[in-house]
Design a protein around this ligand. Sequence first.
Ligand SMILES: Cc1cc2nc3c(=O)[nH]c(=O)nc-3n(C[C@H](O)[C@H](O)[C@H](O)COP(=O)(O)OP(=O)(O)OC[C@H]3O[C@@H](n4cnc5c(N)ncnc54)[C@H](O)[C@@H]3O)c2cc1C
Length: 425
Amino acid sequence: MTTTVEPTAPPPALSTILNPGHLRLWSEADAFAAEEVAPHVARMEAAPGQVEREITDLMARRRWFALTVPRQYGGLGAGNVAKTVLIHRLARVSAASAAILQATHIPVGALLGYATHEQKMRWLPPVAEGSGLLTIAVTEPEAGGHIGGMETMAVHDGADWVLNGSKIHIGNSHLATAHLVIARTAPDGVRTSQALTAFLVEADSEGLTVQPHRPAIGLRGFSAGRLELADVRVPEDNVVGKVGQGMDIAQSSSILYGRPNLAAISLGVHDAAMESTVSFLQARHRYDGSLADIPAVHQRIGAMASRLGAARTLAYLAVHLLDQGIACDTELINAKYLGHRYAARSVQDAMELHAAQGLDGTGLLQRLLRDIQCTYAPAGTGMIQLLRLADDALGISPAPWSERLTTAAEATWARSDSDLNATPA
Ligand SMILES: Cc1cc2nc3c(=O)[nH]c(=O)nc-3n(C[C@H](O)[C@H](O)[C@H](O)COP(=O)(O)OP(=O)(O)OC[C@H]3O[C@@H](n4cnc5c(N)ncnc54)[C@H](O)[C@@H]3O)c2cc1C
C-alpha cells in the first residue's frame, strides 16, 4: 500500500465551478504533490518530532502562500476556490503539507478583512514571497471552543500594548515570523464581543517563546504548538482592526477561511482512502473475479462514493459561493462538519475493507486514520458546528460573515484612504 500520487482529472460535476485557471492549478498541484511531496512522506512519518521545512520552502517557491494575497500586495489574488483546489489536492498526498499551507491563509484572511492598507503593505508581501508566514493564535489551555474564557491579557502601557498569556495548538507555530494573537483588552464584565482585540506579534519579540514541537497523533511535520507571552510589548501600529473587534476577527476568519480549509484537508484524505480502497479491492482476487465484485463489498464502495461525492460538492460549492460574494456561512460550516465526518467514516470503511492489510504500521491507511482525527477540532469541533447550524435553522444566527465582511473590508479601506497615518482606534 503506497501513497496515492497518480494525477486525476476533476470530476465533471465541478465543471461549473472550476474555471481554466482552477483546472491548471489542479494539474499543477497534482504534479507537485506527486513529484515534490510524495517522496518526503515516508521521511515525515518516520520523524514525528520534526517540523517540516523542506516542503514549506518548496511551496513558498511555488508562491502558493501568495494565493489569496491580493495582487497589489504582491500576491496572486486567486480566491477561495483556488485555495481549496490546492489544499485538497495536496492533502490527497500529504495532509500535513496541506495543513502547513492552509494555516497561513487564515490570518491572511483576517488581515484582508480588518487590517489597514499600511498594515497590509507591511505584512502581506512577505507572506506572498513565502518569507514571512503567519499564524492565528486564539486557543488557550482553558479556552478552546469557549472563546469568552480567554485569559491572555493585553494592557496599554505608554505607546505600547503589553501582552501576557499562553496560546496552544497554534498551526505553523514553529514556521511563522509573526502571530495574529487575540487577547483580552477589557475588564471582566465587558461582553466577549467587545472585550477582545487582535495584535500582530512579531515572532522575535522579546518575551515571546515557542515551546518545543510536540508531535500529535497525526499530521506529522505540521507544528501546532504553544506560544508563551511574557510581557511582550506590541506597538499600537500592530493592532489589527479596532480595539474590541478581536472576537469578530477570530470568528470571521475561522468561518470564512478555517472551515473551508479544514473541509479541503478532509476531502484530500477522503480521496486517498477511496482511491487506495478501490485499487486494493480490484486487485485482490476472490472466486471468479475480485473482491470489488462481491455485492456486499460493492455496496460499501458505493457508500464511500456517496459520502465522498457529497463532501466534494459541498466543499467546492461553499467556496464558490464565497468567491461570488453570496452569503454562505452555513455551507462553509456544514462543509467542515460533514467533510470531516464523512471522511472519518470512509477511512474506517477503508480500514475494514483492507482488513489485516490495513494494519501495517507504516502503511497509507494508518496515516489516513491518524490524520483524519486532526480535522475534527480545528476551526470549531463538530459539536460547535452543529450549534451554529442549529442557530441558523432556528433563525437566531447573526448576519453571515460572508455578507458582513465585504462591508468591514470596505470600511477598512475607507479609513486607510482618508487617514493614512491613523493608529487603529
Ligand atoms: C491540527 C489543529 C490545528 C489547530 N490550529 C489552531 C490555530 O492555528 N489557531 C488556534 O487558535 N487554534 C488552533 N487549534 C485549536 C482548535 O481551534 C481547538 O482545538 C478547538 O477550538 C476546540 O478547543 P479545545 O480543543 O480546547 O476543546 P474544548 O473547547 O475544550 O471542547 C472539548 C469538548 O467539549 C465540546 N464542547 C465544548 N463547548 C461546547 C458547547 N458549547 N456545546 C457542546 N459541546 C461543547 C467540544 O465539542 C469537545 O468535544 C488547532 C487544533 C488542531 C487539532
